[in-house]
Each structure stands twice: as structure tokens, then as C-alpha cells.
Design a protein around this ligand. Structure first.
Ligand code: AMP
Length: 210
């Protein structure tokens, strides 16, 4: 199954992507994680895009489109994939259509802006493997330590309150139009993000079976 997870930053796309990945055994591809990894390793790409990510802006379309094209050509995507955080603009969605990887479903995780702000302020990510947690809603077993790899968790620079509003504005202006884009194709399935992650996951799984 070829899937897209749509939703505001902090809506829980990464968490749901992990759950689907476990269930369907297909890779979850997060453009945000690929970009952060490039920044951490100070690659040419990383150096070129750091300013955008820190400012809460989108990286230029051509850069992410190429990144996804390369990633989808990997063998592990043969039987399906989950795109988490791509596409984020209509030109990206059009470019994805041209890649001729038929998208089966687009799961749109709906969360209010007010809740997004609460969620992002408590979100932590592992500085090493990128796994996400939340100090209230999805705490790690040991405070500040990643459950998956045992390294320290950190707050993302762009989860700081001053950047969050900018990212929400970008989401409403550039990403929300994708709901209509995929609704027109009959592929949009809405899931209302719940406070308890387990409840959201149950609704996501239902959407996959629909
Ligand atoms: P995320 O982890 O998905 O919230 O992404 C973090 C940041 O990476 C975003 O705020 C953008 O700066 C950049 N980014 C990730 N995916 C995309 C995309 N599809 N298009 C443009 N920028 C992206």
C-alpha cells in the first residue's frame, strides 16, 4: 500500500507512520527526518537547507522532490511506503503524481491549532535516531532518554514557541490545499487526532481498512 500522512506539524504523523510501519511492514519516509539527518551530518544539502528549517519555512520544492524521488527508488519501497511530511505543497503533489507511484490513500490527521501548540511545546525527539515522544502524551520510560536507542531526547529548534506559529501559518497557506487535491481524487480519509495516541492509532487502522 502506498500511503501519505497529511496534517499540521505536531498532529502525530510521525507516530502514526511508525504504527502503520509496524502493522504493514512498509517503510515510513519522513522528509523532515531526512533533512535533519543531512543537517546533523553537515552535508551540502544540510548546509543549504538549515536556514529554512530553523525559520519554520518550507525547503524549496525542487530539493524535497528530488530527495523523495531518490528515496522511493530504493528496493524497500517496492511493496509500499508511507510518506510522512511529503507532499506539503500542490507542486510537490503534482510532482509525486508524475513519479507514477499510485497513491492508495491519504490519511489526514486533524488537530486544532490550539492543541498543536500544546503538543509541540511538549514534544521531544531523540537526538540520535529521531524517534518522537511527548512529555505528557507519550512519555519515554526514563525521562529524557529515548525508548528505542537509549540516547538523549531533545526539543527541536523549530518546536520552540516563536517558530511554531510560523509553521502553522505555512501549513494553512501551503499544505491545507492538498486536502482538496486528494479529496478530488477520492483518496482523502480524515482521522481526528485524539489525546490518547492509542485512540488515534485505532482510527488510523480503521481508515486503512476502509
Ligand atoms: P517535519 O519534521 O515534517 O515537521 O519537517 C520539519 C521541517 O522540514 C519543515 O518545517 C520544513 O522546513 C522541512 N520539510 C519537511 N518536509 C518538507 C516538505 N515536504 N517540503 C518542504 N519542506 C519540508
Amino acid at each position: 500500500m502506498n500511503l501519505i500522512l497529511l496534517g499540521a506539524p505536531g498532529a502525530g504523523k510521525g507516530t502514526q507512520a511508525e504504527a502503520i510501519c509496524d502493522r504493514l511492514n512498509i517503510p515510513a519516509i519522513s522528509t523532515g527526518n531526512i533533512i535533519r539527518e543531512a543537517i546533523k551530518n553537515a552535508t551540502d544539502l544540510g548546509k543549504a537547507v538549515k536556514g529554512y528549517i530553523d525559520a519554520g519555512q518550507l525547503v524549496p520544492d525542487d530539493v524535497v522532490i528530488e530527495m523523495v524521488k531518490v528515496r522511493l527508488s530504493n528496493d524497500d519501497c517496492k511493496n509500499g511506503f508511507i510518506l510522512d511530511g511529503f507532499p506539503r505543497t500542490v507542486p510537490q503533489a503534482e510532482a509525486l503524481d508524475k513519479m507514477e507511484r499510485n497513491i492508495d490513500k491519504v490519511i489526514d490527521i486533524e488537530v486544532s491549532d490550539e492543541d498543536i501548540k500544546k503538543r509541540l511545546s511538549g514534544r521531544r525527539v531523540c537526538g540520535s535516531c529521531g524517534a518522537s515522544s511527548h512529555i505528557d502524551y507519550k512519555p519515554t520510560a526514563i525521562d529524557g532518554i529515548c525508548d528505542k536507542c537509549g540516547k538523549d531526547t531533545i526539543q527541536r529548534q523549530d518546536d520552540k514557541p516563536e517558530t511554531v506559529q510560523k509553521r502553522l501559518d505555512v501549513y494553512h497557506n501551503q499544505t491545507v490545499p492538498l486536502k482538496q487535491y486528494y479529496a478530488k481524487q477520492g483518496k482523502l480519509f480524515k482521522v481526528y487526532g485524539q489525546e490518547d495516541v492509542k485512540d488515534t492509532t485505532a482510527m488510523t487502522m480503521k481508515a486503512l481498512e476502509a
